[in-house]
Design a protein around this ligand. Structure first.
Ligand code: PLP
Length: 348
């Protein structure tokens, strides 16, 4: 057994690099409440440029970025259209309803991406006195619960075209948009060119200790800045967060390819460990789900047994586990994890 913990629960476990810690020490700082933190200003300019948007706003988390993205483009009482398994729906405490006074409705999807016709069918008529008005459409790329699947620029455009035809904005939860960009070998800006706002995370595969960016038009970001303040999300010397963010955007994007390779190795290895089942087609970036329903016990028990081998996985559902590869996971770790699965499944 390895003494080292192989933490496959999430890419949020990545630790800041030495270059990030050094950048924090030397970053010029000021009061970001007054937009006087030069490092934060630099990060926001860089993020806006990389995403092809007019402006960007540093927020503390992906959840905060999604919430502000929704609030800055809607009015209370409106309805937001989400994909069935959207992170905004499953894992953000219903902030849209609780804080934004928004209803949500969900549409089905294939591998996380709804059909444009289903999105259009979910848009409420404007002339019906009974229904709320639709205010916003949200998408997710890569799609977490669908297995880190990627949505192409064309697929995104097809849905954005529907939205814009109905004068509705689109917010993209792009927590892992750079994984999608690397997998599709396109610039992130290309993938988000048709959405109005996008959130991406610094704290996942990009290895920063914290932070996310919300990007969009200048007027939307000005409203977003006010909402961030309302939510208590405005920092002072935010350069502490922004400095590693700049390092991440400049140096950590291309290496995501390695995480995709280790995920594929893991997926292919686990697909051979009967009775586990892995949908290899859905393994497109750094996330791997395995169906454990063939085992005589549930995913919670499987996870406990794996922990004894120092392999940590996330419980997705009663019979589904999630594994995410990241900077601290090597091919050797993956091979060790596969061997551990074999032993656990064989009952040892
Ligand atoms: C797709 C997606 N969106 C949003 C988030 C939220 O990010 P945070 O944990 O920074 O709030 C996550 C986190 O895992 C995610 O996977």
């Amino acid at each position: 057994m390895t003494a080292e913990k192989i933490n496959l629960r999430s890419d949020v476990v990545t630790l800041p690099t030495a270059a990030m810690l050094e950048a924090i020490k030397t970053a010029p700082m000021g009061d970001d409440n007054r937009q006087e933190d030069p490092t934060t200003n630099e990060l926001e300019t860089l993020a806006a440029h990389m995403l092809g948007k007019e402006a960007a706003l540093l927020v503390m988390s992906g959840t905060m970025g999604n919430l502000i993205g929704m609030l800055c483009q809607t009015q209370p009482g409106q309805e937001v259209i989400l994909e069935q398994g959207a992170h905004i729906y499953t894992s953000e405490q219903g902030g849209a309803a609780r804080i934004g006074g928004l209803m949500v409705t969900r549409v089905p999807s294939r591998r996380g991406f709804p059909a444009p016709a289903d999105v259009e069918a979910a848009i409420r008529p404007l002339d019906n006195v009974h229904t709320p008005h639709t205010g916003l459409i949200c998408l997710e790329n890569t799609h977490n619960r669908a297995g880190g699947t990627v949505m192409s620029a064309e697929e995104t455009k097809a849905i954005a075209d529907v939205a814009h035809r109905h004068n509705l904005p689109v917010h993209l939860d792009g927590a892992r948009i750079f994984n999608a960009a690397v997998a599709l070998k396109v610039k992130a800006a290309e993938l988000v060119k048709d959405v109005d706002t996008v959130t991406f995370c610094l704290s996942k595969g990009l290895s920063c200790p914290a932070g996310a960016l919300l990007c969009g038009r200048r007027d939307a970001m000005a409203r977003a800045r006010r909402i961030r303040k309302l939510l208590g999300g405005t920092l002072r010397q935010a350069g502490v967060i922004a400095a590693p963010g700049i390092v991440a955007l400049k140096t950590m994007v291309d290496r995501l390819e390695q995480d995709h390779r280790t995920a594929r190795r893991l997926a292919e290895g686990l697909a051979r460990v009967s009775p586990l089942r892995v949908d290899l087609e859905s393994v497109q970036t750094n996330i791997v789900f395995a169906d454990t329903s063939g085992l005589p016990y549930d995913a919670i028990e499987l996870s406990k047994r794996l922990t004894k081998h120092n392999v940590e996985v996330l419980i997705g559902d009663l019979h589904r586990i999630r594994m995410v590869t990241h900077r601290h996971i090597t091919a050797e770790h993956v091979d060790y994890a596969i061997e551990s699965f074999k032993k656990v499944v064989a009952g040892s």
